[in-house]
Design a protein around this ligand. Structure first.
Ligand SMILES: [Zn+2]
Length: 239
């Protein structure tokens, strides 16, 4: 059992639900395939259809365990049965950049002896960035990772989620790095790992592709020094 419906059913984009709480411009639902975002990753966007029409959802605001679906109409108050629709294009874009951030992280971790991520951001605008704790490194070596990342896209590696015992996972070096989207706790103490076949295994609660070939090619657009220890790698879709 997991907390997120989108983890159990990653291909579920449209479903029925019931309004369980409402305030002007926001609504909480009995179930939702939206990803709430977190750890620098934007939430899903989409729409909700109800008896009064259809209204866009701009983002999710988690508040003490309740996911408020924030509506584009600030005065709208919804009730009753609704149909939820997640924007598939937006999901694919964010999942692509996010999955490629795992790939980038794997190469950096490997090439720079276990360098850790200090921050990450995946936006809805086709851009992302990752910060690494890399005190002394030639920025050109980071820029050069663009080619092997795109090679992983060409090779089409399977991406899957696996659940492991959270306590055991903490003991495995490199598995739980301070990166990306914090995995939601599961009621039975398991941790969600994202496995990129033959390349990387990483604890994460974000949205991912099921195969790296689903992503458009990536361009590393900038590597910046952020303080003495931090390198910031900015990337976006190529072309
Ligand atoms: Zn992830």
């Amino acid at each position: 059992m997991t907390i997120y419906l989108c983890h159990d059913e990653p291909d579920l984009y449209v479903h029925d639900a019931v309004v369980v709480d409402s305030r002007p411009g926001a609504v909480a639902l009995s179930r939702s395939a939206f990803h709430p975002g977190g750890g620098g990753q934007v939430s899903d966007i989409g729409s909700i259809e109800w008896s009064g029409g259809r209204v866009a959802v701009t983002h999710i605001e988690p508040e003490r365990g309740i996911w408020w679906h924030v509506l584009a109409a600030p005065d709208a108050e919804l009730s009753g049965d609704v149909t939820v629709a997640v924007d598939a294009e937006h999901r694919l874009q964010v999942a692509s950049l996010h999955t490629m951030s795992h790939v980038l992280n794997a190469f950096v971790f490997d090439e720079f002896s276990g360098a850790l991520v200090t921050g990450a951001q995946i936006g809805g605008d086709g851009k992302g960035r990752m910060d690494f704790d890399l005190p002394e490194v030639d920025n050109d070596r980071l820029r050069a990772l663009e080619a092997p990342i795109n090679d992983v896209i060409t090779r089409g590696l399977a991406v899957s989620q696996v659940y492991v015992d959270a306590v055991e996972a903490q003991q495995i070096d490199g598995l739980v790095r301070s990166m990306s989207v914090a995995p939601p706790p599961t009621p039975d103490g398991r941790l969600r790992l994202i496995d990129i076949d033959g390349l990387d295994r990483q604890a994460c609660g974000g949205t991912h592709l099921s195969n790296t070939a689903q992503s458009r090619k990536i361009a590393i657009i900038k590597v910046e020094n952020k303080g003495r220890h931090n390198r910031r790698v900015r990337f976006r879709f190529a072309g």
